[in-house]
Design a protein around this ligand. Structure first.
Ligand SMILES: Cc1cc2nc3c(=O)[nH]c(=O)nc-3n(C[C@H](O)[C@H](O)[C@H](O)COP(=O)(O)O)c2cc1C
Ligand code: SF4
Length: 429
């Protein structure tokens, strides 16, 4: 069965503009959806089993059902902050197919009864922002946004918001705070955004890919959508493949696609003379897998969770045998320390300590007990904080240390990298 739903027309330049988009099936499903009952759309999305593509994989139809059933104003927010290291699929979607996202959003907004939506785009994404702004103007001019869309009586306005430049603004409650003009700091849940979100009103936050997929569920129906992937992980997904592969890039495959095939077939395999050593399968927050684990893994939520890691945002980072795992962990701990918003003690202090300890090992000042200390600090950061950033910072540390312990021990004993044979200063200068 054809595995390309979202990206089928991405090779066509014309798909970016409204005319080319319409020529290739654009806005047909919006017209169809506007003739359906909103609840019918929610039921179809529920039946499709679509799970959020932003990281957690929460069922989209279920999330929409948490909205209060009264007529209270509600918002739809598209999360296009795309801050998870290794992830670059939303950028492609916005650049190549802005109307696909806009159409998915209008259908979703109609389903949940929202008259206003925002696309919160990563601040550095200047080009995608300009593409989206142009596409939104085109949609207004064509009567697809604004008052009485396609004569249906449904009104909807949409705006693009340039993000505030922090990883934490991608966390849904952090994003809502940022959109409200405050610091992008997460809030305790409950209340969940579906009950109390933007401007304290019910709000649905969904990822770019999630909202774009809604169009294809309306086009083909839930049962046909379910023919891709598995019972618990239906549909197709874009994977951002990066690192030591011949052909890094974004690839759409059905869920449950073999991870090794993504690397070897889509990605063209390893560089000449290099061997696969490890893979981070779902963005930098996902625990690392060894090459032996990669051979057995399929790209679905259940398989990866069963192997102690996660599908996350679908960012597959390939690591070959020339890479030093201690050095790589240093990059990750630096990132999470820099990005912690500082509200919770385990996260604020823990990310700082993890970074300090890994860098003291890298600088040749480590002790063997520091390896256990890393595990102890990381353990104490899990499940104790307002948002998941703390866990996201702890999990890579635990997996790197347990699966590549020999590299950490060698570094401590010798003061240099087992793989590179050099010190940190030599590696980086
Ligand atoms: C620290 C942190 C950063 C996040 N960054 C993003 C992001 O950049 N994009 C995104 O879609 N979701 C991100 N999320 C997940 C969102 O909080 C939220 O779950 C998601 O946008 C919901 O959309 P979905 O149900 O369509 O996946 C992040 C979560 C955390 C804890
Ligand atoms: S876990 Fe970290 S990033 Fe999240 S709210 Fe607490 S301090 Fe901020």
């Amino acid at each position: 069965m054809e595995s390309k739903l979202l990206t089928e027309f991405y090779h066509l330049d014309e798909f970016r503009g409204i005319e080319g988009y319409k020529k290739n099936g654009g806005y047909v499903e919006l017209a169809k959806a506007l003739k359906m009952q909103p609840q019918q759309i929610i039921d179809e999305v529920k039946a499709s089993g679509l799970r959020g593509r932003g990281g957690a994989g929460f069922p989209t139809g279920t999330k929409w059902s948490f909205l209060p059933k009264n007529g209270e104003p509600r918002y739809l927010l598209c999360n296009a902050d795309e801050g998870e290291p290794g992830t670059f699929k939303d950028r492609l979607m916005m650049e190549r197919a802005p109307h696909q996202l806009i159409e998915g959003m209008i259908i979703s907004a109609f389903a949940i009864g929202s008259k206003k939506s925002y696309i919160y785009v990563r601040g550095e994404y200047h080009y995608p922002i300009s593409v989206l702004e142009k596409a939104i103007r085109e949609a207004y001019d064509a009567g697809l946004l604004g008052k009485n869309i396609l004569g249906s009586g449904f009104d909807h306005d949409m705006d693009v918001y340039s993000g505030a430049g922090a990883y934490i603004c991608g966390e849904e409650t952090g994003m809502i705070s940022s959109l409200e003009g405050a610091k992008g700091q997460p809030k305790l849940k409950p209340p969940f955004p579906a009950v109390q979100g933007y401007l304290r009103k019910p709000t649905i936050v969904n990822n770019v890919e999630t909202l774009a997929a809604v169009k294809y569920i309306i086009r083909d129906g839930a049962a046909a959508y379910r023919k891709h992937g598995t019972e618990k992980s239906p549909g197709t997904k874009l994977f951002s493949l990066s690192g030591n592969v011949m052909k890094p890039g974004n690839y759409e495959v059905p869920l449950a696609y073999p991870l090794i095939d993504l690397i070897n077939k889509e990605g063209g395999g390893m560089k000449p003379g290099r061997k696969l050593k490890a893979v981070i399968p779902g963005g930098s927050s996902a625990p690392v897998m060894t090459a032996a684990e990669v051979e057995k893994a399929t790209l679905d939520y259940e398989c990866l969770a069963g192997m102690g890691t996660m599908l996350g945002s679908g960012a597959v980072i390939v690591i070959d045998d020339s890479q030093c795992m201690v050095d790589m962990l240093g990059v990750l701990t630096h990132f999470y320390h820099h990005e912690s918003c500082g509200q919770c003690t385990p996260c604020r202090e823990g990310t700082g300590w993890l970074n300090k300890i890994v860098h003291s090992i890298l600088e040749g000042k480590g002790r063997l007990q520091d390896i256990e200390l890393l595990e102890k600090v990381a353990d104490n950061m899990k499940g104790r904080t307002i948002c998941a950033l703390s866990d996201a910072a702890a999990l890579p540390v635990l997996s790197f240390v347990s699966k590549f312990r020999d590299e950490f021990e060698f570094y401590v004993r010798e003061g240099r990298s087992k793989v590179k044979g050099t010190t940190y200063a030599e590696m980086h200068h």
